[in-house]
Design a protein around this ligand. Structure first.
Ligand code: CP
Length: 313
């Protein structure tokens, strides 16, 4: 494929290939031999929404692979003067980047942009739609910790309706033949739930019973449009992950959170910090490896297509 826009476009073999390569990068993340992989290539990061993990890891991944990396400060760009997303993309495209990493608050915006540029585009999160590299780094974390990525029972808990992380993970876990349970208030469940092939629970105690993986999500207040916003105290009482609720999962169940996390709202701080159960820091570590693998594979495709079309590489 030319771009990485969503898990929905990948098949199980694509996912395994990418995770196998990411595994190698995870074992030797800072090996200077990697610097040849994107040498001579230019990577531009365009983040129209805030980010800590995704932006930092894409930048580090590009640098560790030897790319010239530019972070566009979108808050300081001419978007503020009324320039559109597409005109901004065309402007940057004229400077011949090879890789564009894009985060945008609107679902579908990254796909639209990918149709207008020559560079390979990686979706770093678009609205409520997809966050493919997050689902891939979650999958790598699970595979390394559990020794497999199939026939697991995975609970995704909290604000599912507004979460691109949940959507990408539901698709990925389904493709790899795992059982997915969604747990949360009915008001925070997506509308077309029947199409997702998941089980739905309103009770953490019931939904977490015997699961292998517990994924917690942040309440995405910025996407709630003034609709239902639960009080933090009430939410933590019913849906926040604490030791009592976690005791319903398997004894060796792992706890995940994509970040940013709100301690005392969706997760108790002591659970987040419990190194025997929480793999939150491993998720961040795997994020760099997965992004190195994704850019490596897209760069290979880019080089091949340029050779085929006679464009100098
Ligand atoms: N998980 C994630 O996307 O975090 P950031 O918003 O900090 O990039």
């Amino acid at each position: 494929a030319k771009h990485l826009l969503g898990i929905e476009h990948l098949n199980p073999s694509d996912i395994s290939t990418l995770l196998d390569l990411a595994d190698q990068y995870a074992d030797r993340p800072t090996d200077i031999a990697h610097r040849n992989v994107l040498a001579g290539m230019t990577q531009i990061n365009m983040f129209f929404e805030n980010s800590t993990r995704t932006l930092a890891s894409f930048e580090l991944a590009g640098k560790r692979l030897g790319a010239d990396v530019m972070n566009m400060a979108m808050q300081a760009s001419s978007i503020k003067k009324g320039e559109t997303l597409i005109d901004t993309a065309l402007t940057l495209n004229a400077m011949h980047p090879d890789l564009l990493v894009v985060r945008h608050p609107h679902s579908g915006a990254v796909d639209l942009l990918s149709q207008k540029v020559n560079a390979a585009v990686l979706n770093a999160g678009d609205g409520k739609h997809e966050h493919p590299t997050q689902a891939l780094l979650d999958a790598l974390t699970i595979r390394r910790r559990k020794g497999r990525l199939h026939r697991l029972s995975v609970a995704i808990c909290g604000d599912i309706a507004h979460s691109r992380v949940a959507r990408s993970n539901i698709i990925l876990m389904g493709k790899m033949e795992n059982r997915v349970r969604l747990i949360g208030p009915p008001t925070l469940m997506p509308s077309q739930i029947g199409e997702l092939g998941v089980e739905v629970f309103d009770s953490m105690e019931e939904g977490l019973k015997d699961v292998d993986v517990v994924m917690m999500l942040r309440l995405q207040r910025e996407r709630m449009d003034g609709g239902f916003i639960p009080s933090e105290r009430e939410y933590f009482h019913r849906y926040g992950l604490d030791a009592t609720k976690l005791s319903h999962a398997k004894d060796d169940a792992i706890v995940m959170h994509p970040g940013p996390m709100n301690r005392g709202v969706e997760i108790d701080g002591t659970i987040a910090d419990d190194i025997n159960r929480s793999v939150i820091q491993t998720q961040v570590e795997m994020g760099v490896a997965v992004r190195m693998a994704a850019m490596d594979l897209l760069a290979r495709n880019l080089r091949e297509s340029r050779v085929e079309t006679g464009v100098m590489v």
